[in-house]
Write a protein that binds this ligand. Structure first.
Ligand SMILES: NC(=O)c1ccc[n+]([C@@H]2O[C@H](COP(=O)([O-])OP(=O)(O)OC[C@H]3O[C@@H](n4cnc5c(N)ncnc54)[C@H](O)[C@@H]3O)[C@@H](O)[C@H]2O)c1
Length: 324
């Protein structure tokens, strides 16, 4: 079946807005977002039908999906900030698990594909591993955010294997994404805000390694999985090997690109993972997806975007402080 009409949840957030920007010519997109944490009105892309709704509202989501009759659903919507989940995880369970459940039941009812956008954080901390995670590695999430993402994956897997639901689901597990329109709670936009406002960037004392994935590589992987992913399968989306780097080095590079700024060491966050490390060989071999952007290219284009769009960053920072 040709995929023409799609539902994209979380379209006012970072990654889904990048998806909408790139693919709104290719698909008729209905965006569903409740305008929560991480969302910005300015992230609404031209040509996207904008529906404000909570994916955990079972009845409303059923009505929206019945009316839009999509050919597929891509679920990006989630509460995604680890520190906030350490303080209170109730909204994480509602959005990330109950919301995913509602979308899955609708996809099952209509017999359409659901792409569940998940994260490398479901694997937990790889700092003592000798090999990168592969898709069959056991999930071992270490904070409430990643627990809810892993829980959603497990539930969808059960629906996929159940005769009752026969859910056509494909799961992507993306690395730490970098690019335009990311809420300044996350390291890179936060660093740019700090360096341009004379505030020291608070860096956790213990070095942690992350897989820095350009958001365009991430959304290309999600779109490829939509078409080529095998029913019920999971695909890791990791950047090129050289893009695995400690946060301190990345923040130093951002400081060089901004041309000024201070870094201050602070205590580690609660439930702090020191390394995320996974192989994307399966996505490369089975989907033909390969990440194209180097770490330097990713950081240069991202820092340039924020410096050219300081009004977006100021507004996002003010919104974040008002809602914190
Ligand atoms: N940012 C990363 O590095 C990264 C890496 C891998 C996977 N992911 C996953 O990608 C997805 C998008 O992440 P992001 O960084 O763009 O997040 P984000 O916080 O920028 O955007 C999330 C969006 O979802 C919306 N939302 C949350 N709960 C909702 C609900 N109940 N109903 C409707 N809308 C709701 C928010 O309003 C927001 O607009 C998430 O599922 C996340 O787990 C993110």
């Amino acid at each position: 079946m040709a995929i023409e009409r799609i539902i994209v949840t979380g379209h006012l957030g970072f990654i889904a807005s990048a998806f909408c920007e790139k693919f709104s010519d290719r698909y008729e997109i209905t965006g569903v977002d409740f305008g929560g944490w991480g969302s910005m009105e300015k992230n609404l892309m031209p040509g996207v039908k904008d529906i404000r709704a909570d994916i955990s509202d079972t009845k409303l989501i059923g009505e929206i999906i019945s009316e839009s009759r999509p050919d597929a659903i891509l679920n990006f919507a989630a509460e995604s900030h680890v520190d906030r989940s350490n303080e209170d995880d109730l909204s994480f369970w509602k959005s990330n698990v109950f919301g995913a459940r509602n979308l899955a039941l609708e996809a099952s009812r209509l017999g359409i594909r659901l792409v569940q956008v998940s994260t490398d954080e479901v694997y937990g901390d790889a700092s003592s591993s000798s090999e990168p995670w592969v898709e069959s590695s056991p999930p071992a999430p270490k904070n409430p955010y990643s627990v809810t993402k892993a829980a959603a994956e497990m539930l969808l897997k059960v629906y996929a294997e159940s005769k009752n639901y026969q859910l056509d689901v494909v799961v992507t597990r993306g690395g730490n994404s970098v690019g335009p329109r990311q809420f300044p709670e996350k390291a890179i936009p936060k660093a740019i805000w700090c360096f341009t406002h004379g505030e020291p960037f608070p860096l956790f004392r213990t070095p942690a390694r992350r897989l820095w994935l350009h958001v365009e590589d991430h959304i290309d992987g999600i779109e490829t999985a939509l078409h080529k992913g095998q029913r019920g399968e999971v695909y890791n989306l990791a950047p090129m090997k050289e893009s695995e780097e400690v946060t301190e080095t990345v923040i130093e590079k951002v400081r060089e690109l901004v041309g000024k700024g201070e870094i201050a060491k602070v205590d580690d966050r609660d439930s702090y993972d020191l390394r995320y490390w996974m192989s994307a060989a399966k996505a490369e071999n089975e989907l033909g997806w390969i990440p194209k952007r180097s770490l330097d290219e990713t950081l240069e284009s991202t820092v340039s975007w924020y410096l050219e769009n300081m009004d977006w960053l100021e507004e996002a920072y003010d919104k974040m402080m008002a809602e914190a």
